[in-house]
Write a protein that binds this ligand. Structure first.
Ligand SMILES: [Zn+2]
Length: 398
């Protein structure tokens, strides 16, 4: 499998890695809130396996694990229209008095977290053909460092000393603390905020993404891959799914979209692979979408995955001029995947990391309808996971 074994390279290391009750009636064109997601009616299912570092339960023998996927019933109110997701951008950008009052973003020659967050919102709106509008509802800039799960929190002095020696305090950051300390938990509970995009720098020890999905084991299959589901210590009191992205202002927008693509991989494997990402062993829609020539030299590539483009020969191979036969065009009329493969190289996405991630996201299915695998609009799983995002309705002039 291409995938997670190698994922601790790249910028994850730079980070030191390691409502119910909305009124019904939002349908397409209607505006207003969505109906309560159907997941709320599912009986509670207990996890199988052992808990790992990401907070996910993993099973030793996935083939022996039991799972009955809930029946998929198309719901146009969910799969079509324009959904609004309200984002809180949370930036850990300490003022370094010892460096003349410079902020960390400036000290690290970092990118602008707010501008980059808007770039991601633009990418997703375009890639989802307008299904998903991320609205930056709130920006919180913290003069300090994330509290870790053991209660430790750096000061400027202890952080800079650790960075000089590259000897970091090893605990991961606490997602619970990020929410509680910044008044976000209550906003999540009442649907005023739908996602939190956290920005920091190397040593702050947050992951590329984290999510809590209530009753996850009734909704998605058990897994032997602890990276697919990453609840860490996001509080179950959220009462709903919460996505918390972890972006690094030291490494720029290409890595930001990269992190989002990893999130896509997780939801693809959880929904369509029932918790299994194995492009050689399975032929469900996700395992097919992410199949690349590198998995079976001489074969036809499908679209690819975050680390390996369809013509890639190793991870992060975004500028390779090699041409391979690729079936990516067929994904533009999913679930009909018939078509004639054509030669594709990195010219397809401009040979850049950012370009490839955007190209990958643009190939995700986003159509009305459903079959037994799931909705034909994969963005539901990726970003409207509880099927409760507000319906924006048609764009109106004044
Ligand atoms: Zn990666």
């Amino acid at each position: 499998m291409t995938s997670r074994a190698g994922r601790a390279t790249g910028w994850l290391l730079a980070l030191g890695a390691a409502a119910s009750g909305c009124a019904a009636g939002g349908g397409a064109g209607g505006g207003g809130a969505a109906a309560a997601g159907r997941w709320r009616a599912l009986p509670e299912v207990a996890p199988q396996g052992e808990k790992c570092d990401t907070g996910s339960y993993v099973v030793a023998d996935r083939a022996a694990a039991r799972f009955a996927r809930p029946a998929v019933v198309d719901d146009p109110r969910v799969t079509t229209g324009r959904k609004r997701s309200r984002v809180a951008v949370l930036v850990y950008d300490p003022i370094l008095e010892c460096e003349g009052g410079k902020r960390m973003v400036e000290s690290t020659a970092g990118v602008d977290p707010v501008e980059c967050s808007h770039i991601l919102a633009d990418v997703v709106r375009e890639a989802s053909w307008g299904y998903l509008t991320y609205e930056i509802a709130e920006v919180i800039v913290v003069d300090g460092y994330p509290t870790k799960v053991d209660g430790f929190r750096y000061s400027d002095e202890t952080f800079l000393a650790a960075r000089d020696k590259q000897e970091w305090q090893p605990s991961p950051a606490s997602y619970r603390a990020m929410l509680v300390e910044n008044g976000l938990l209550e906003k999540v509970q009442r649907h005023a905020i739908d996602e939190v995009w956290v920005w920091g720098c190397g040593g702050m020890h947050m992951d590329e993404f984290a999510m809590y999905i209530p009753n996850r084991h009734a909704r998605f299959g058990p897994t032997d891959n602890g990276w697919l589901y990453r609840p860490y210590d996001i509080p179950p009191e959220c009462g709903r799914t919460l996505w918390m992205m972890g972006f690094n202002y030291e490494v720029g927008p290409d890595n930001m979209v990269h992190s989002y693509s990893h999130r896509v991989e997780s939801m693809g494997a959880l929904q369509f692979g029932d918790g299994v990402w194995d492009t050689k062993g399975r032929d469900d829609p996700w395992n097919r979408f992410s199949r690349v020539e590198m998995d079976a030299p001489g074969s036809v590539s499908e679209v690819g995955n975050c680390h390996v483009p369809p013509n890639g020969q190793e991870g992060y191979d975004y500028a390779n001029p090699r041409r391979v036969l690729c079936n990516a065009d067929a994904w533009r009329h999913y679930p009909d995947l018939t078509g004639t493969p054509r030669l594709v190289s990195s010219q397809e996405w401009g040979g850049t990391h950012f370009g490839y991630q955007k190209w990958l996201l643009e190939h995700l299915p986003k159509f009305p309808g459903a079959d037994a695998h799931g909705y034909f609009n994969w963005w539901v799983y990726i970003a409207n996971t509880d099927e409760e995002l507000e319906e924006l309705g048609p764009a109106k002039g004044r």
